[in-house]
Design a protein around this ligand. Structure first.
Ligand code: 3AM
Length: 190
């Protein structure tokens, strides 16, 4: 059996609500398929379809990551022409974010998955808010969203007749200034 997996920053309920709220105006201004509220996330690494027997090793690889938490602001709304995606994204972000992405791919390296990191420096953090979008030239995010990142999630993607449904499988804590180490191997329920 295979599972479709990705690692993501997964917003808590309050942040999810904020992202949802500030993105409505842009979504309404575009034609396209809005991402449902429950699916809003920031992808870190898309692994693709993976043999389910590899799940314990994927979880163990993620649990070994010892990286600091960080924060950024989602402060731009943008339209990505080729994937026809309406996104909100940070105009700038700390190096800790791409470093986390790199650490994930490095930890997963020995598993020889088919999913691959993009070219060096190609990681573009974003939250997709609509797909197959056709948008006006002018898009504005009126209220920025502050994202304090303390953890990341392993998520499975299930394709239902109604569309994709994402299910967080495990949460991994990042190091905080006030914690010495990743306790309990950093894993918590999602
Ligand atoms: O919401 P975004 O777009 O950031 O686009 C897919 C989604 O991220 C992306 O993985 C996330 C969960 O589905 N994705 C899907 N297929 C992909 C692929 N072949 C992919 N990313 C890279 N390569």
């Amino acid at each position: 059996m295979s599972v479709r997996l990705f690692f993501a920053l997964w917003p808590n309920d309050a942040l999810r609500e904020q992202i949802w709220r500030v993105s409505r105006r842009g979504v309404t201004a575009c034609e396209g398929r809005p991402v449902i509220r429950e699916n809003l996330h920031m992808t870190l690494a898309f692994l693709g379809s993976v043999n389910a027997e590899l799940l314990p090793r994927i979880r163990a690889a993620a649990a070994d990551i010892q990286m600091p938490g960080f924060e950024f602001r989602l402060d731009e709304m943008g339209y990505w022409v080729r994937p026809r995606a309406l996104v909100i994204q940070p105009a700038s972000f700390p190096a800790a974010l791409p470093a986390l992405v790199q650490a994930l791919w490095q930890a997963l390296g020995p598993l020889q998955l088919t999913g691959k990191p993009g070219a060096a420096g190609a990681y573009r953090p974003h939250v997709t808010i609509a797909r197959k979008a056709v948008c006006p030239a002018e898009l504005v995010l009126e209220t920025p969203v502050h994202w304090v990142v303390r953890d990341f999630c392993l998520v499975s993607s299930v394709t239902d007749p109604a569309g994709a449904r994402y299910e967080p499988l495990a949460r991994y804590h990042l190091l905080q200034a006030d914690t010495q180490a990743n306790d309990s191997r950093g894993i918590g329920a999602c």
